[in-house]
Design a binder for this molecule. Structure first.
Ligand SMILES: [Zn+2]
Length: 295
């Protein structure tokens, strides 16, 4: 069953809701809002999307999992940042609440990006406070509310929930990104669990082992350890687990033309198998929690 909020998100609920698993793709959106007036052409903005990630994980509902995909572009407002991660220097006017800009804001890539990588200004001037608030209310908040609602609903029904936060990464590091310049060629996948804080390490190991058994090179928490979306709703000690997965774009697309590459279908097949395996892992965990409770 598909619920769409045009331009904001697509939410697909499984036919049979017997699996405590939700996937989300926050950066694959490319419905550019009419009021997104900036100095960088859309052809360039498209390069920072996590292209095709929504489609690559599209089989999730067939395995009983819930799938949430953003439709708006990350360069307009980034759902993987805290709502307080705003650079005050971007604003015309005073923000009504305390802001907590992080290193991401300092680098130009907080909640609302100030620069296009590595440091091309996105806007000619400052943005009115009202304009930024509107982006939050129309895009960031509905996306977060929906993800939180689905996580909580599944948790209430099953006693545990597993969340896979899905991204893709450029095949070579660039100076503006975490770890930029430190490594040359990247691994096929980078899993981020905030150094063990956002999920049971057994979940991370399960996903890593599955991918390695398929022949992929996997790194943990380097250079991506997971950001706001794996932080916000995770509480592993209570049974709410969030894990970030980054796919190397060279596996499935041409990073110059932005077209699907030769490896697309075989990667999609691997990911479909991965989702099926995680769905089974989640149901097994749920069943063992129920069995313990019944003893
Ligand atoms: Zn991403």
């Amino acid at each position: 069953m598909l619920y769409q909020v045009p331009g904001v998100y697509d939410l697909t609920l499984p036919e049979a809701e017997d699996t405590p698993l939700v996937l989300d793709s926050p950066h694959s959106g490319h419905d550019y809002p009419d009021d997104f007036q900036c100095l960088v052409p859309q052809s360039d903005l498209r390069r920072v999307e996590d292209s095709f990630v929504d489609d690559l994980f599209g089989a999730a509902p067939q395995w009983g999992a819930t799938l949430l995909c953003a439709r708006f572009p990350r360069s307009y407002i980034d759902p993987n940042r805290a709502v307080t991660d705003i650079d005050p220097g971007l604003l015309m006017g005073t923000w009504p609440e305390p802001l907590r800009p992080t290193e991401k804001s300092r680098l130009g890539h907080g909640l609302v990006w100030r620069t296009y990588p590595p440091n091309r200004p996105l806007y000619a001037g400052r943005l009115p406070v009202e304009a930024v608030r509107r982006r939050i209310e129309r895009y960031w908040q509905p996306y977060h509310d929906t993800l939180e609602t689905e996580i909580r609903r599944l948790y209430a029904a099953h006693g545990c929930v597993y969340h896979l936060n899905c991204h893709s990464m450029p095949s070579t590091s660039s100076p503006f990104m975490a770890g930029g310049g430190r490594i040359g060629g990247r691994a096929d996948f980078v899993l981020g669990d905030r150094d063990g804080a956002s999920c049971d390490p057994a979940f991370t190991s399960f996903v890593r082992d599955y991918l390695q058994n398929q022949g992929y090179a996997v790194r943990l928490n380097d250079p991506y350890r997971g950001a706001e979306l794996v932080r916000a709703y995770a509480a592993p000690e209570q049974g709410r687990h969030s894990l970030q997965i980054e796919i190397n774009r060279a596996l499935y697309m041409d990073e110059v033309t932005l077209q699907q590459g030769r490896g697309y279908q075989s990667l999609q097949k691997s990911l479909t198998g991965l989702i099926g395996a995680i769905a089974q892992f989640a149901r097994d965990r749920r069943n063992s929690i129920r069995a313990e409770a019944a003893e």
